[in-house]
Design a protein around this ligand. Structure first.
Ligand SMILES: C[S@@+](CC[C@H](N)C(=O)[O-])C[C@H]1O[C@@H](n2cnc3c(N)ncnc32)[C@H](O)[C@@H]1O
Length: 232
């Protein structure tokens, strides 16, 4: 067990370097259409299920056409592009320039780049206030202390809603995690950080947020909790 104190700057540096290197290759192929191993294929499918549900939730907010949405940790831009196609005005931000470059070229290819403002930046430093904020499979890379800080920043950035995913602590996931079974060893690069219910509640209370909806999405090797939280 790692008992050294959490260092936010070091952690971000590590994530930036991972997602600009090996992580970029790995996740860009999962989010793209390359042929995948059966394990990674379930991650791709589970991620697609999660995004469909998140998109449904976003539309249920009934925001007007042209409403602003921040996609925090946009990765290769899958959700940003979908939002832009649906008429939202999108700000797509990622800590890794490789991800932003890929997202931008995809948006150009699909003809929606005019509706998306791209920025290489972090959840911690991005500015503005958005009608809604989405943040998928980003907070799973932050241990409790980092999670609370990142969540606080997201709540500062939204006028109302945040739709996000995190990995809730549960025994099975903890066991798979401990046993190193979450991914086969050669495919495992980033640790999934699990958040306990009490840590989640503390983060919500601190920022005066409340849970509106939550849904567990489990598909093969993809397990996540999708949550919709609002300002109280
Ligand atoms: C697993 S990918 C998910 C990408 C995208 N949200 C999706 O679901 O398709 C995680 C992304 O979060 C980004 N990221 C991690 N920490 C970040 C931070 N503090 N600020 C902005 N982006 C961050 C990574 O660079 C990476 O692109």
């Amino acid at each position: 067990m790692n008992s050294s104190p959490f260092n936010a700057e070091e952690h971000k540096k590590m994530l930036r370097s991972y997602f600009n290197g090996q992580g970029f290759q790995r996740w860009a192929s999962i989010y793209g259409d390359d042929k995948l191993s059966s394990v990674r294929n379930t991650v791709r499918q589970g991620h697609a299920v999660m995004m469909d549900r998140a998109f449904e939730w976003l539309q249920q907010l009934g925001l007007p056409k042209g409403a602003t949405v921040l996609d925090a940790g946009c990765g290769t831009g899958l959700f940003s592009i979908r939002l832009a196609k649906a008429g939202y005005k999108v700000k797509a931000v990622d800590i890794a320039s490789q991800m932003v470059d890929k997202a931008k070229s995809e948006a150009i290819r699909q003809g929606v780049d005019k509706n998306i403002e791209f920025e290489v930046n972090t959840i911690e430093s991005v500015s503005g206030k958005y009608d809604a904020v989405v943040c998928f499979d980003v907070l799973i890379h932050y241990p409790a202390e980092g999670f609370a800080q990142a969540f606080s920043n997201l709540s500062r950035l939204t006028k109302g809603t945040i739709i996000f995913t995190y990995a809730p602590y549960n025994n099975l996931l903890a066991l798979m995690h401990w046993a190193g079974g979450y991914f086969p060893k050669k495919e495992r690069r980033t640790t999934i950080q699990m958040i306990r219910d009490e840590e989640m509640k503390r983060a919500m209370n601190k920022d005066s947020m409340e849970v509106k909806k939550r849904e567990k999405i489990s598909f093969g090797f993809y397990h996540t909790m999708l949550m919709n939280a609002n300002h109280r």
